[in-house]
Design a protein around this ligand. Structure first.
Ligand SMILES: Cc1cc2nc3c(=O)[nH]c(=O)nc-3n(C[C@H](O)[C@H](O)[C@H](O)COP(=O)(O)OP(=O)(O)OC[C@H]3O[C@@H](n4cnc5c(N)ncnc54)[C@H](O)[C@@H]3O)c2cc1C
Length: 379
């Protein structure tokens, strides 16, 4: 029986990774992306061992490592700089790394024939009839596939075509991100860190020699507007007096290159698909960024999806099997990420003082053991 011909809506990490995984399994897949070009967007992101293992299975780990900074441990710090916890990351068969999202996309795209990506097509409508799925785009293009994957992000059109509209939930804080050069001595080699304050925190990720991605999460309303003095000035004021090199990193970033995203997710969906359609990545299980796992989960989804299509002849069976294999794990990450965010963004000073004491006392091994469950995942 010939293998299915798959349409993928959305050319983010999830959609492109799914196309790579399917292509490598000998399955035809075409990505439809609404943007007219795949722009260089995005600050650095963490790829934990569960994601670098997927990239190794794609044969792309070497290319990825050449564009990233490695992470050997993760520090939780107080705003004075005191290290409250030092979590080791080095015990896996593959490394934890930080790289720019645009670099990850470049590596993934290089593994695909260019004709597999169709740009400038925004999905409008999806109809299933018989053994075909018809997708219609604002551009006028209409395509038919044996199965369709909605990898179109947190505000997924495919999801709303299947199940009606669901509005993402704002979790009370917004994240600013930037990439900066820093050559001072305040960051130990291989160390990433997150510093916890009152209703705000600051993270530093090693993105390559002398290059760092930083992020600042601050409790603000969802409609928070940029301050008149700009994002950089606002952050400099919010993090005044924090340990080195927080101020240096903000100062070394151009105001117009500072990205800003609200922290949104959805309660885990009971169903991801119907018939010959399913969801993948943020379309299926958007989560707050606290564990740095959203993109990692999309990579895992991609590898599992391709394996299911490789093993099951009937598309519906392959899709339902993929959903069964992925739902529990992604639900766990969504819930844990949300809880982490709630604790890290506490404003109550008594809670914050208690958090500091407990974090300083808890053995890092406890966290390492917990994280091993997330990082050890094998497809
Ligand atoms: C502040 C922040 C920090 C993060 N840090 C990390 C991290 O360190 N590590 C990590 O793994 N993850 C991280 N994430 C999460 C990660 O960025 C996402 O989980 C990941 O990008 C999801 O990829 P995706 O392909 O599913 O969705 P998206 O990246 O949202 O891609 C969806 C694509 O679909 C396209 N699209 C949308 N609608 C349509 C339509 N109607 N028709 C056609 N195309 C359409 C969009 O243009 C887009 O290209 C972070 C997220 C945030 C906000």
């Amino acid at each position: 029986m010939p293998k299915a011909n798959i349409g993928i809506v959305g050319g983010g990490i999830g959609g492109i990774a799914a196309a790579v995984a399917l292509h490598q399994a000998g399955i035809d897949a075409t990505v439809y992306e609404r943007a007219p070009q795949l722009r260089e967007v995005g600050a650095g992101m963490m790829l934990w061992p569960n994601a670098t293992r997927v990239l190794r299975s794609f044969g792309l780990l070497e290319d990825v490592l050449a564009r990233s900074g490695s992470s050997t441990h993760f520090l939780v710090r107080a705003s004075s700089g005191t290290v409250l916890m030092n979590i080791a990351l080095g015990e896996f068969d593959v490394p934890a790394i930080c790289m720019r999202r645009s670099d990850l996309l470049t590596v993934l795209l290089a593994a695909l024939p260019p004709e597999r990506i169709r740009l400038g097509h925004k999905l409008n409508k999806l109809q299933q009839s018989g053994d075909k799925v018809r997708i219609s785009f604002a551009s006028g293009l209409v395509a038919e596939h044996d199965a369709v994957i909605g990898a179109d992000g947190i505000r997924s059109r495919v999801r709303s075509e299947l199940f009606g509209h669901s509005e993402p939930i704002y979790r009370g804080y917004t994240v600013w991100r930037g990439v900066a050069r820093y050559d001072g001595g305040a960051i130990l080699p291989g160390a990433n860190s997150e510093t916890w304050g009152v209703g705000k925190r600051f993270g530093i990720l090693n993105t390559g020699p002398g290059k760092f991605t930083w992020y600042a999460a601050v409790n603000v309303p969802p409609d928070h507007l940029d301050a008149p003095g700009g994002r950089k000035r606002e952050l400099q004021e919010a993090f005044i007096g924090w340990h080195e090199p927080v101020a240096d990193l903000i100062a070394a970033t151009n105001d117009d290159e500072i990205m800003k995203n609200g922290a949104y997710d959805l309660v885990p969906l009971r169903r991801w698909g119907e018939g010959r359609v399913t969801l993948l990545g943020d379309a299926a299980h958007p989560c707050t960024p606290n564990l740095g796992q959203g993109g990692c989960m999309a990579l895992e989804d991609a590898a599992v999806l391709a394996k299911c299509f490789d093993q099951e002849a009937a598309p519906e069976v392959a899709l339902r099997r993929y959903e069964t294999l992925r739902r529990q794990r992604t639900r766990h990450i969504q819930q844990r990420s949300r809880l982490m965010g709630e604790i890290a963004q506490w404003e109550n000073r008594i809670f914050v003082a208690g958090r500091r004491v407990v974090t300083g006392l808890l053995p890092a091994r406890l966290f390492e053991h917990n994280l091993r469950r997330v990082y050890s995942y094998k497809i």
